[in-house]
Design a protein around this ligand. Structure first.
Ligand code: G3H
Length: 481
C-alpha cells in the first residue's frame, strides 16, 4: 500500500549461480536475502490492491488515460536511473550474460514506451463515437480489477513487465510477486513504484509462491491471474479460485518448440539458428528450440557442423566479454539434465559433441544427443537447459505428426528452400502452433507481434496492443438518439 514494510520475520537467502572457491570446493555465493511473507502479509497487500481499485471507483481506475500514462512515464524515468544496478543483479541473480542483461533492460524500457504509444492510439480511436440504428455509443476500454502478476526467472524483469505495465496502465491495481530467482533485482525499483503511483496500485510481495499464492486465489478477490510459468501450476491455481468462471487468466506456459531441417535447407544457416535457438541463455527460454528433426540424409553432416559450432562458444562468468554459456540459476538443473542425458543414453542415444553434458558446479556444457526417439524423456519433456535432442526423420509427415500429437503449441521452425515443401507444411503447422518461423529460430520478438501459444502453451495473447486488450474490456456508453 505504498509503504515499505519493516521486516522482522523469516528471510530467504539468495545464492548466486556464480560460484566462489571455498574450502569445501566451488559453492554458490550468498548475495542477499529477501523477506518470506506469510499469508497474513500477502492478504494485507491484496486488501490494499482491492481498496485502491474500490470496485472501479478508486482514484486509479477512474483516472484519465493521459494521467495514468504520466505516472508510467515518471516510473520509467526513475527505472532508467537504476539500470546499472538492475543489470548487475540480473547477472548475479540469474547468471544472464552482461550483453543479454542489458538487452533485457533496454527491451523492457522500449516495451513500456511502445505500450504508451499503443494506448494513446487506442484512446484516440475509442474516444470517437459510433452511431447505428438510432443509438450513438462511446467505446471505452475499462479495467478488470485486481491483477496477480507473477513473472518467470529467465526474464524476471522483462516478462514480468510485459504483463505488469499493461495491467496497471489500463487502470487495474496489482499484486506482484517476483520470481524465486530474480527477486533482488526488483528491489531498486520499489522506490520508483512508491513515488510514481498512488498508494495501493502496485503492491509487491515476496516469499514462497506455494505458501502465499493459494490463499490469494482462495480469497476470490483476484480478477486476473497472470503467470509466466508451468501449466501445472497455472491449472492448480485457477482451481483454487471460488469463482473460476469470473477469473481472467493471461498465461505464458510450457513449450517444446521443434525445428525441422529438410534436405533442401541452407545447412550453415540452420546450424547457426539452431545454436542461437537452442542455447541462448543456456536454452532457458520458453521459445528455445527444444527438439530438432533432421532429415536422415543430412543428419551426420548437420551434427558435425553443430558440434563444431558449439565447441567455439564462449563460456564463463556473465560479465565476461562475448560469453554465451553461463552458470544456471536453478540448483537442481544440472542433476536433472544429467538424468535426462543418462535416460537418452540408456535408450540408445549418444552424446555427439566433445565435453557435451560436462558439469562443473552450476555450469553444464551443451550436449547434442543423437539419435533421439520416443522412448526417451528428452523426446517430450521440456528440458529448459543446454541439451539438444536430434531426431532423424525420413518423411516430413513424421515431425508434423509429432507437432500435432504434442500437448504444446507455441512455435516451430522449418528450414527449407523448397517452395513446394514449405507450402505443403505451413498450413498443417500454423494450425498447431501460434508462430511458424521459416529459416529462422523461434523467438518472441519483435515485441509488437502478438505472442501466445496453443494447447498447454498459453492462454491469452501478449505483446503491446494485445496485452492492453488482455488487461481490459471494451465497454460502451450508448445513448438512444
Ligand atoms: O522465455 C520465454 C520468453 O518469452 C522468450 O523470449 O524469445 O525473446 O527470448 P525471447
Amino acid at each position: 500500500n505504498g509503504e515499505m514494510v519493516e521486516w522482522t520475520g523469516k528471510v530467504h537467502e539468495v545464492y548466486s549461480p556464480v560460484c566462489i572457491r571455498t574450502e569445501n570446493g566451488l559453492q554458490r555465493k550468498l548475495i542477499g536475502t529477501y523477506p518470506v511473507c506469510t499469508e497474513k502479509e500477502a492478504l494485507a497487500a491484496l486488501d490494499a490492491a482491492v481498496a485502491a481499485y474500490d470496485n472501479g471507483r478508486g482514484q486509479w481506475p477512474t483516472m484519465s488515460v493521459a494521467d495514468r500514462i504520466k505516472c508510467v512515464e515518471e516510473f520509467t524515468h526513475k527505472m532508467i536511473q537504476q539500470k546499472d544496478i538492475v543489470v548487475k543483479l540480473l547477472m548475479w541473480e540469474i547468471g544472464k550474460s552482461y550483453a543479454d542483461s542489458v538487452k533485457e533492460f533496454d527491451r523492457t524500457v522500449e516495451y513500456i514506451y511502445d505500450t504508451i504509444d499503443a494506448l494513446k492510439d487506442i484512446d484516440r480511436q475509442s474516444s470517437g463515437f459510433e452511431q447505428e440504428g438510432g443509438i450513438i455509443a462511446q467505446i471505452r476500454r475499462s479495467p478488470l480489477g485486481v491483477v496477480l502478476c507473477m513473472g518467470p526467472f529467465n526474464y524476471p524483469l522483462n516478462e514480468t513487465f510485459t504483463t505488469l505495465i499493461p495491467a496497471i496502465i489500463m487502470g487495474n491495481t496489482l499484486l506482484f510477486k517476483p520470481p524465486k530467482h530474480g527477486t533482488l533485482l526488483h528491489y531498486p525499483l520499489l522506490r520508483a513504484f512508491q513515488e510514481s503511483f498512488p498508494k495501493g496500485v502496485v503492491n509487491t510481495i515476496y516469499g514462497r509462491g506455494h505458501s502465499i499464492v493459494p490463499a490469494l486465489m482462495q480469497s476470490g478477490k483476484i480478477n486476473v491471474l497472470t503467470l509466466i510459468g508451468s501449466s501445472k501450476v497455472a491449472n492448480e491455481l485457477k482451481k483454487l479460485h471460488p469463482k473460476v468462471n469470473r477469473l481472467r487468466a493471461i498465461l505464458g506456459l510450457d513449450a517444446k518448440n521443434a525445428a525441422i531441417i529438410t534436405p533442401s535447407a541452407d545447412l550453415k544457416l540452420a546450424v547457426q539458428e539452431t545454436v542461437l535457438g537452442s542455447l541462448s541463455f543456456n536454452g532457458q527460454r520458453c521459445t528455445a528450440l527444444k527438439i530438432i528433426f533432421v532429415h536422415k540424409s543430412i543428419a551426420e553432416q548437420f551434427i558435425g557442423q553443430l558440434s563444431e559450432a558449439i565447441s567455439k562458444l564462449k563460456y564463463g562468468m556473465p560479465w565476461n566479454e562475448g560469453v554465451m554459456l553461463t552458470p544456471l540459476p536453478e540448483p537442481h538443473k544440472p542433476d536433472y539434465l544429467k538424468e535426462i542425458i543418462e535416460d537418452a543414453k540408456a535408450h540408445g542415444a549418444k552424446v555427439m559433441n566433445e565435453n557435451g553434458g560436462t558439469t562443473v558446479a552450476s555450469f553444464v556444457f551443451p550436449a547434442v544427443m543423437y539419435p533421439v526417439n520416443n522412448k526417451m524423456k528428452l523426446y517430450r519433456e521440456e528440458q529448459f537447459g543446454p541439451v539438444i535432442p536430434v531426431v532423424p526423420y525420413e518423411s516430413l509427415e513424421e515431425p508434423i505428426e509429432y507437432i500435432i500429437d504434442s500437448t504444446h503449441g507455441q512455435q516451430v521452425s522449418i528450414f527449407s528452400n523448397d517452395v513446394e515443401e514449405l507450402s505443403s507444411s505451413i498450413d498443417p503447422l500454423v494450425n498447431q502452433v501460434s508462430r511458424v518461423n521459416i529459416n529462422s529460430q523461434c523467438q518472441r520478438g519483435p515485441d509488437i507481434f502478438p505472442f501466445t501459444g496453443r494447447k498447454d502453451s498459453a492462454e491469452g495473447t501478449l505483446s503491446v496492443v494485445d496485452a492492453l486488450r488482455a488487461f481490459s474490456i471494451r465497454s460502451l456508453v450508448a445513448t438512444k438518439l
